[in-house]
Design a protein around this ligand. Sequence first.
Ligand SMILES: NC(=O)c1ccc[n+]([C@@H]2O[C@H](COP(=O)([O-])OP(=O)(O)OC[C@H]3O[C@@H](n4cnc5c(N)ncnc54)[C@H](OP(=O)(O)O)[C@@H]3O)[C@@H](O)[C@H]2O)c1
Length: 330
Amino acid sequence: MRAIVQREFGASDVLVLEHVPRPEPGDGEVRVRVAAAGVHAVDIDLRRGEGPASMPEVELPMTPGREIAGTVDAVGAGVEAALLGTSVVAHVGFRSGGYAEYALVSAAALHAVPDGVTFSQAVASIGTGRTAQLVLDAAGLTAADTVIVPGASGGLGSQLVQLALSSGATAVALYGGEGKRAVIEQLAHVDGSHPGRMVALDATDESWPARMAAALDGEAPSLLLDGVGGATARAAIEALARGARVVIFGWSSGEVVRIDTDDIVARSLTVTVPLGRPIADLRALEARAIAATAEGRTVPPVDEHPLAEAAAAHAAIEQRRQRGKVVLVP
Ligand SMILES: NC(=O)c1ccc[n+]([C@@H]2O[C@H](COP(=O)([O-])OP(=O)(O)OC[C@H]3O[C@@H](n4cnc5c(N)ncnc54)[C@H](OP(=O)(O)O)[C@@H]3O)[C@@H](O)[C@H]2O)c1
């Protein structure tokens, strides 16, 4: 089969397409013919040899990729044959192996892909979607919120904006340059009993806080969901209302947002970091994320690349050119 193999740590060109033996499922496992493999920000850290301390050290050579969707093609001992031919999506966990035509995963990790959901959308829901659910649980989002989402064109930002809108909240979607405007406009097309209002602002124009204040008639936002950090998130902190909440889950800019106790005390902020500690029920978060997509509350924008171009897909993320969740298609 064709698979991306990484034999050394380094820049995106260490991701090379090779022909390797098709893996055989062990006890309790299935083999999935991969139709879509998610590319995650952590895959880039792992490729560089800079994975988070919370993850086991990577052993090379390896095939990256922890999010897969496709069709069950073989089952191992102890797994029901009825799964053969079904459409599934799964997070394969630390074992990786998703950037390939076939990948192994524990049968216990599988979710059915609902009717009307594409494999690429399903793969966007399984890992990034579960994080979005976790972030919103930590935020305690309600329809009364006005929420700032930096990096709204990214995998997680796009789903957070959609979930906020489908909850009836006002979402301030910050995006990186007019080239990303089209993907941001798609985010408003979500179902909800009282869909909220989206204010989309190009954050590369530093006047965005003034433009936000004008668009919100001076109402200060009550919530910041930040995976970008740096100057954009810092400006967002300064724009928040008294009593606002801040949820931090990443720093795509390379710099975690600066907050000190003066900020917290002066405006009674609540700051939460829902990652980096044990998460109680990942499977339930995954099921909720898939249900959100099946119900149209998220319609994850996907940025598809051929499997052979995994290196280019990584480079697109590193150069901030992604449009939604980056997915490899074998
Ligand atoms: N996806 C997950 O499941 C997950 C889990 C845990 C933590 N996180 C963290 O959450 C953050 C977002 O994850 P993601 O999956 O949405 O990543 P992503 O798809 O790569 O999106 C990140 C977004 O950040 C924005 N950005 C702003 N400044 C940037 C810069 N200097 N370089 C690159 N991007 C920049 C970009 O949007 P604009 O160009 O529109 O500003 C980009 O679309 C990351 O820090 C990630 O480590 C994600």
